[in-house]
Design a protein around this ligand. Sequence first.
Ligand code: ZN
Length: 203
Amino acid sequence: MKIICVGRNYAAHIAELENERPEHPVLFIKPDTSLLQKKQPFFIPHFTDDIHYEVELVVRIDRIGKHIEPQFAPKYYSHIGLGIDFTARNVQQELKAKGLPWEKAKAFDGSALVGDWVPKTALPNLDSIAFSLEKNGKIVQRGNSAQMLWKIDDLISYCSTFFTLKIGDILFTGTPAGVGAVAEGDLLTGFLESKEAFSVKIK
Ligand code: ZN
C-alpha cells in the first residue's frame, strides 16, 4: 500500500508557513514503512530535533481506480479517519530551499499515524467534518473539511490521474493552521467530530 499526502490544502496553513497558494494540489508519497504501528509511541528520529505535528483527515481507498471523475470518487472510499503527518520541519525547510524532494522530512519510519476508521455513513456531512488535535490536553489545531481548498472527491480524482489507487491506500488530505513542535513526553490526542480517534505518546 502507499500513502498519498496533500500539501497546502488549507489557506490559513499556507499563510503560517509563508508558502504560495498552489494552482493544483501539492502531492507527495509516504511508503508503507512510514506507517506508525497501532498503539505505539512516536520516537523522535535521531536526525532531527524539530518534529512538527500536522493533524489531517485521512481517507482509506477500498476500490482500485485510475482517472476517477470527481462525481464517481465517493464510490472509492467508505471510511474516514484522522491522522498525523509527522514532519521534520528543519529538514523540510532545507530541502525546500534547495528545491529538493521532501521524503527525508516526511516519509521516514513512523511518520504516518492513522487513527481509528469511521464509516463515512456515520458522519453527518462530509463537506463539514470537524476535527482537532490536543497536545497535553490543550487544543493546538482545529479544522473542518469545509475549509479545504480541494475537497476529498477532487483530491481522489486528481491523485488518480498520476497514481493508480489501490485497495488499502491512504490519502492524507492536508493540515489546517496551528502546526507546531513536539517534545519528548508530549501526548497528542486527535478528535474526529469530538470523538477520540487516536492518542500517541512522544518519546
Ligand atoms: Zn501534511
